[in-house]
Design a protein around this ligand. Structure first.
Ligand code: 13P
Ligand code: SF4
Length: 338
């Protein structure tokens, strides 16, 4: 896993340790989902068991859309904090619980609200397109939210005369600039600790060993990795590409949790996770991987930990999120990919 140390949570460890080993965890989770009038949303980077238990498995955009339709008393969100926060912003009256409150995101953590406010103040006449991987406070200061599924279409739709700011991922920003020609777009210099660690050198070596394999990559990867890719897109777009392509073998440069759904939709294909620098297993997201089936069970049983957003911030953050959802509901262009 990418190097990141979370603060200890002895109370959660203790609750996990005290789960009765005799219970059927899967059956209990299913029972509690019904009892709590809950919907279970999970990201593609979750471990396979969690994906198989969820009502909806998706990328950030699909999960925000599912949250917007939810109408449930409880939302259980297995992903990272900003995703659950978006669900809460869209569903203030629902209880939103997560398996582990420490599951954050390096992009969101690397863009503190006070610094972002200063960045915006330095560019007063710019329109702010902010990647969903950020806090509710940063969303509240943004004009429109995007995900890797719709960032290109959103930037393309902006008038050419409108100056643009993009935050917080610099590699996604650069990819969007290459796709749209908006080389005047100013961007925040954040990175994802998982995607920046893929090694172009190791991937090129893998290509020699697998000459028939195509490289596909998430746009949060650095340019040398993206330069090797024949297709670049969000987690959903990568899965769709593996399914529809006539290619039989892929080197996949994103978090390897995504391979579970890829293998399901394209069972005959060979999927090789792209190696990280030094061949460590740090291509797993340390935040996503904090979540386990045991913690999912506890979150449903005890309805904690809950994700809360102060109402004043929620009301402001809802505006750019809703703009994105409305844009994507109207937009007919296929998700961006190379
Ligand atoms: P997607 O929007 O493609 O699911 O990406 C989310 C993410 O956190 C990638 O690291
Ligand atoms: Fe954040 Fe990177 Fe993990 Fe995605 S993979 S949640 S961008 S740290």
């Amino acid at each position: 896993m990418a190097t990141f140390t979370h603060p200890p949570d002895p109370e959660l460890d203790d609750r996990v340790a005290r789960i009765d080993p005799a219970i059927d965890l899967v059956a209990e989770i299913r029972r509690l989902l019904h009892e709590r009038d809950a919907i279970f949303l999970a990201h593609y980077y979750q471990e396979s068991q969690i994906q198989d238990l969820a009502d909806v498995v998706g990328d950030s955009l699909a999960l925000a859309q599912a949250a917007a339709r939810a109408r449930k008393q409880t939302i259980l969100f297995a992903g990272v904090h900003f995703m659950a926060e978006t669900a809460k912003i869209l569903n203030p009256d629902s209880v939103v619980v997560v398996p582990d409150l420490r599951a954050g995101c390096s992009l969101a953590d690397g863009c503190p609200a006070a610094d972002f406010a200063r960045f915006k103040a330095q560019h007063p006449d710019h329109w702010t397109v902010t990647y969903v991987n950020c806090s509710a406070q940063v969303k509240a200061m943004s004009d429109i939210i995007c995900t890797s599924s719709n960032a290109v279409a959103i930037v393309k739709a902006a008038p050419r005369s409108q100056k643009l700011l993009f935050a917080p991922d610099r590699y996604l920003a650069r990819w969007v600039i290459r796709q749209t020609g908006r080389d005047d777009m100013v961007f925040w210099p954040g990175t994802c600790i998982v995607h920046e660690i893929f090694s172009a050198q190791e991937i090129a070596a893998l290509q020699v060993a697998h000459p028939g394999a195509r490289v596909i990559a998430h746009p949060e990867c650095d340019e040398p990795v993206l330069a090797l890719a024949t297709f670049i897109g969000s987690t959903s777009a990568l899965i769709d590409h593996v399914k529809s392509s006539s290619t039989r073998e892929f080197i996949v440069a994103t978090e390897p949790g995504v391979l579970h759904q890829m293998q399901k939709v394209a069972p005959g294909k060979t999927l090789i996770p792209a190696p990280a620098q030094g061949n460590c297993s740090c291509n797993e997201c340390p935040h996503m991987r904090l979540n386990t089936a045991e913690k999912v069970y506890l979150a449903l049983r005890d309805l904690t930990p809950r994700v809360e957003v102060p109402e004043a911030i929620r009301v402001e953050a809802l505006v750019p999120i809703q703009r994105m959802l409305d844009f994507s509901a109207r937009d007919r262009t296929p998700p961006a990919g190379d």
